[in-house]
Design a protein around this ligand. Structure first.
Ligand code: HEC
Length: 152
């Protein structure tokens, strides 16, 4: 009786100390990893460093509302982006591009994609892509690495 009560108290003390350290750790990590920046979640930044393609796939979630990436390039609000790296701008058959994009003369190299994603309307004035600007260069690089991986 006495012995099991002691064990129960010891277990409770262990649980309490475990809870205590769990509550403290994340706060410490946020402060150390993200000084003065609330924008990029730590997990995304960490995986971007390890594997840009995986990080880019995660970051592409903001594009996926408008862009499909499967072979065949079915289009939604935006043209399909399978194999877009190396492709001529405005060339997915059946997609109603803006005149600006159709006549841009761009070939989507990594550099051109970087400029377009940094400032879509700056790169292609008159583009119909009104969302999807990515201000973080590391995030753009990851998205482009992901797009480059989408080949047949
Ligand atoms: C709100 C919908 C929308 C979002 C979100 C969006 N786009 Fe677009 N995107 C479009 C539209 C529409 C076009 C066609 C633009 C035109 O014709 O001027 C386009 C065109 C493009 C093109 C040119 C494709 C081609 O065939 O020439 C690329 C590359 C592109 N988007 C990448 C992205 C990426 C990467 C993201 C995410 C960071 C993104 N887009 C987010 C709608 C969107």
């Amino acid at each position: 009786m006495h012995r099991s009560a002691t064990l129960a108290m010891a277990a409770a003390a262990l649980l309490l100390s475990a809870c205590g350290s769990k509550a403290e750790d994340p706060v410490e990590q946020i402060v150390v990893r993200q000084p003065g920046s609330a924008a990029a979640p730590g997990a995304t930044a960490a995986s971007a460093a390890n594997d840009p393609v995986t990080a880019g796939k995660v970051a592409f979630a903001t594009c996926a509302a408008c862009h499909a990436v499967e072979p065949g390039n079915a289009s939604g609000s935006g043209p399909g982006l399978h194999g877009v790296v190396g492709r001529a701008a405005g060339s997915v058959a059946g997609f109603a591009y803006s005149e600006a994009m159709a006549k841009s003369g761009i070939t989507w190299t990594a550099g051109e994609l970087d400029a377009f994603l940094a400032n879509p309307a700056g790169k292609v004035p008159g583009t119909a892509m009104v969302a999807g600007q990515v201000s973080d260069p590391e995030r753009r690089a990851a998205i482009i690495a992901y797009l480059a991986s989408l080949k047949d």
